[in-house]
Design a protein around this ligand. Structure first.
Ligand code: DAH
Length: 344
């Protein structure tokens, strides 16, 4: 029996050392010290022995139980220490790691420029009329004095949806729709911002989708002087006081007289550089006094009222303001480009 106990002890101690987790260790404890465990069974067995045999074996089994109990406690300490060391190693905080960056988005440069223009013009009494991007041939051309077969269609006739519907080639049809919505009331003073579509080639200054900001003002005795005043104020507030405006005679079917709007070059201040082609001026809009027939098409009597209109290229304004030299950057969705405008 004694020899047997030594063997049992060796086996139990080995199992305890082999336990590599607290759960495993607990299983070993139950297996030997639990109510139905092997050592408990031995203790029970002692009761069946003769009185002479009892004390010696009883003492031996008790010693074994104490040893096992002690060794289990010891092993538990070892495992706890191991686990702690492991978690310290695993859960260390690297204070040199960069923190989690919460990226803040920003407005697209076109949106920013448009909001600025709306804010400036609304301070002069203009409201925003949102027209539509899909237009009828009638509104996009005919009502603006561009009948079928008119040469002015050549550069614009594009992206037809059906024989009579197309993606608008300019925001000018918004003039007609806006006038009709006013139903003859005065004064008319609104802008039409939005996307326009042309089958242009794509290069640094052309893109098949771009943006315009149309403007229309109608009242009794609206003059070219007022047109010039509004445009100058807009340009000065958008680009700065040093910018000067030049109206250059031109032709549009829906205005008479018509002009191109130039501003002094924002890069060379008028001295002449590569951006303005040495001229010192940059073309930013078309404008003019609303043609009598266009007034009639919008429900106004040209004998009683007059009006001015203008159409700015929003992309061009944003590009000049921010020194962007390629229109495609505005449509590329490249975060490296866009993120530069976050804080502006
Ligand atoms: N719609 C013209 C274009 O897209 C721009 C324009 C010129 C608009 C003269 C106007 C204007 O309102 O009066 O080229």
């Amino acid at each position: 029996m004694k020899h047997n106990l030594a063997e049992i002890e060796a086996r139990i101690l080995h199992e305890i050392s082999e336990a590599s987790t607290n759960d495993e260790l607990e299983r070993v404890r139950i297996k030997y010290l639990g109510k139905k465990g092997e050592i408990s069974a031995l203790l029970k067995h002692i009761g069946n022995l003769s009185p002479e045999q009892r004390p010696e074996l009883g003492a031996a089994v008790n010693t074994l139980r104490n040893k096992v109990t002690h060794r289990i406690a010891q092993r538990k300490d070892e495992l706890d220490t191991q686990a702690l060391e492991e978690s310290l190693r695993r859960d260390t905080i690297d204070v040199s790691l960069p923190g989690e960056v919460f990226e803040v988005g920003g407005l697209h440069p076109l949106t920013k420029s448009l909001r600025e223009i709306i804010s400036i013009l609304s301070s002069m009494g203009f409201t925003v009329y949102e027209s539509r991007e899909a237009e009828t041939d009638e509104m996009n051309f005919v009502k603006l004095n561009v009948p079928h077969g008119h040469p002015a269609r050549d550069m614009q006739e594009t992206f037809y949806l059906t024989d009579n519907a197309l993606m608008r080639t300019h925001t000018s049809p918004g003039q007609i729709r806006g006038m009709l919505a006013m139903d003859g009331r005065l004064p008319v003073r609104f802008i039409v911002p939005g996307r326009v579509y042309r089958r242009d080639q794509t290069d640094a200054s052309h893109h098949p989708v771009f943006h315009q900001v149309e403007g229309l003002a109608i009242h009794v005795d609206v003059t070219v002087k007022q047109l010039r005043g509004v445009i100058s104020a807009l340009m000065n507030r958008f680009f700065g006081q040093e910018v000067t405006v030049r109206l250059r005679p031109s032709y549009f079917p829906f205005t008479e007289p018509s002009c191109e709007v130039d501003i002094s070059c924002v890069f060379c201040k008028g001295d002449g550089c590569s951006v303005c082609g040495g001229s010192g001026y940059l073309e930013v809009a078309g404008a003019g006094m609303v043609h009598p027939q266009v007034l009639r098409n919008g429900g106004y009597d040209p004998d009683e009222v007059s009006g001015f209109a203008f159409g700015f290229g929003l992309d061009r304004l944003a590009m000049l303001k921010h020194g962007i030299d390629d229109i495609r950057l505005l449509y590329g969705n490249d975060k490296r480009f866009l993120s530069q405008f976050r804080g502006i």
